[in-house]
Write a protein that binds this ligand. Structure first.
Ligand SMILES: C[S@@+](CC[C@H](N)C(=O)[O-])C[C@H]1O[C@@H](n2cnc3c(N)ncnc32)[C@H](O)[C@@H]1O
Length: 294
């Protein structure tokens, strides 16, 4: 069963039909369908069309028969979940043996589905190329079937949507930004604050209190913002970071940190014409960053 929408397939997405009798099976395409971080309105037209292309849906879960955040986005978009949609289990564990087993199983399952000749649309939360299971899955499947066609449909990342709801820019003019998993720890974050104007700290859940200590120590709480489940009905945007102390936050949360005090290096070469650069230098080298206070 497919959802009722009959939008035409966009360029690059064509419904795959099962091979006629007697014709050898070909592999379907593996399509990474980025759905954005939670608001169904952020599903791109290409993503939307892929969901309606006749491709079989696959979606990631952490445990068998558990809910899938990616699938929920499609559901909240008003789509009927096809009866033949399949879950692929990717456990959140550091147990290397269990992980390897789960990945081997998911890759084999994917190959088996693609061998039916039908495209497989793998639903991805956020953007499929940003800390996503999809690229890893594509690699694992290509190890088994090197000629496999993979199509990645890009999407809105969690931090782009977070910046929008927090009402701030990730980077302006010549500013620098870095996106890192917070798991590198506060010492690394501390160093990076001197290197980048904006830090996007992903996967902050286990380290919130430690990071708050650091931001307080460096006087950066007023220019930082916590965003949880952006775009979902439970979305939370917290400017007053002290409120988070001791709180258990959701895995789908991140911190945007701006360091307006950072000493910048000199720009060697820019896109602007030299004359224009000279006249605008004083206005643009140190743009005043408004605080992010609520
Ligand atoms: C495995 S990564 C997935 C990233 C995702 N592919 C993207 O494009 O943003 C999971 C981390 O992304 C961030 N994240 C993903 N979705 C989010 C959301 N809806 N709201 C806030 N943070 C989110 C969190 O830091 C979370 O720990």
């Amino acid at each position: 069963m497919h959802a009722a929408d009959t939008s035409p397939a966009p360029a690059g997405i064509t419904p795959a039909a099962a091979p006629p009798e007697g014709v050898p099976a070909r592999f379907g395409r593996l399509i990474g369908v980025s759905l954005g971080p939670g608001d169904p309105g952020l599903i791109t037209r290409r993503g939307w069309a892929a969901l309606h292309s006749g491709a079989r849906w696959a979606y990631p879960v952490k445990k068998a028969e558990e809910s899938s955040y990616a699938l929920d986005i499609a559901r909240r978009a008003g789509l009927a979940i096809p009866a033949d949609a399949v879950e692929l289990v990717f456990p959140m564990t550091r147990d290397a043996v269990a992980l390897a087993k789960a990945w081997a199983r998911a890759a084999a399952q994917t190959v088996q589905l693609l061998a039916e000749g039908r495209d497989l649309a793998f639903l991805v939360e956020g953007d499929a190329s940003t800390y996503s299971t999809f690229r890893h899955l594509a690699r694992a499947v290509r190890e088994l079937v090197p000629e496999l066609a993979v199509d990645t449909i890009p999407g809105v990342s969690s931090f782009a949507a977070a910046a929008a709801v927090a009402d701030l820019a990730l980077a302006e003019e010549d500013e620098t930004m870095a996106v890192i998993p917070a798991a590198y720890g506060v010492d690394v974050i501390d160093q990076l604050l001197d290197e980048f104007d904006t830090l996007v700290l992903m996967k902050v859940k286990p380290l919130v209190d430690e990071i708050l200590d650091l931001l307080e120590r460096r006087g950066l709480t007023a220019t930082s913002c916590f965003v949880e489940k952006v775009g979902a009905p439970e979305e939370r945007v917290v400017h007053d970071l002290a409120r988070l102390r001791g709180e258990k936050v959701n895995y789908l949360s991140l911190l945007l940190v701006q360091n307006p005090k950072r000493a910048r290096g000199e720009l060697r070469r820019g896109c602007r014409k030299r004359a224009e650069q000279n006249t605008t230098t004083s206005a643009t080298t140190a743009p005043a960053r408004a605080g992010m206070g609520a």
